[in-house]
Design a protein around this ligand. Sequence first.
Ligand SMILES: C[S@@+](CC[C@H](N)C(=O)[O-])C[C@H]1O[C@@H](n2cnc3c(N)ncnc32)[C@H](O)[C@@H]1O
Length: 254
Amino acid sequence: MSVLYFIGLGLSKKFLTQASVDSIKRADVVYFDSYTSISCDITIDYLKEISGKDIILANRSTLENNSTRILQILDQGKSVAILSIGDSMIATTHVSLAVEAKNRGHEIVVIPGISVQCYIISKSMLSSYKFGRAVTLVYPYEGKLDTTTYDVILNNSRSNLHTILFLDIKDGKPMSAKEAIKYLIQMEEEKQGNIITDNSWLIVGQRLGCDDEEVKSMTVKEALEYNFRDPPHIIIIPSKNLHYMEVEAIKCLH
Ligand SMILES: C[S@@+](CC[C@H](N)C(=O)[O-])C[C@H]1O[C@@H](n2cnc3c(N)ncnc32)[C@H](O)[C@@H]1O
């Protein structure tokens, strides 16, 4: 039996925990997941430097379609670590690899990292009890915009819950908040649920965990004119019926 580690790296160097670094050092073979998220300053070279390990850059195909290679390494008695920015199990697809390895008799060790999901909830100061299902807003595929995101926001809004929108990363290019808002406006035009209007509030997190991070509340209209920093960006769509303290929190971020 071998050990398969899923190690969350947090959002940036200063949020990388000692527990994560220690676990990287324990693994025989280390992969760095290069596609589920991005960091402003954690690079493969930095990870090599702090762990003293050779690290393999892994794309979606390495960790999902060709995961048999990883299972073979485990079967040979070597431990493997998969490193992800943020938390390895939040808004990622690594659980299937964990289940496959477990079914072959290997041990699974998850080392949590500070996830962008927790980070933005904390920075938004909205009630953590009032978040509904989170969703990823994906780039149009073959010119067709997937409106699942809109349905999730609408359902959450009907239950008076806030929605976190992760933004897609395609071929290494992270979607910006402004692109996302334009897609949301297109979805509103198509679905007419009256949830994305000029005056709807958003909270946008930019480059969280980096020295130049920003968390700002703004209306849709303001967002369309706002000069955002470089991605990564994340968006919260607050519910319509806010607690008065949440209204004050949103004002603090404006
Ligand atoms: C699919 S999620 C993966 C989240 C990751 N597993 C975690 O726990 O942090 C990736 C998306 O989260 C958002 N994101 C990740 N890091 C961010 C950051 N530092 N600042 C703002 N948004 C971020 C972006 O929308 C990015 O495309």
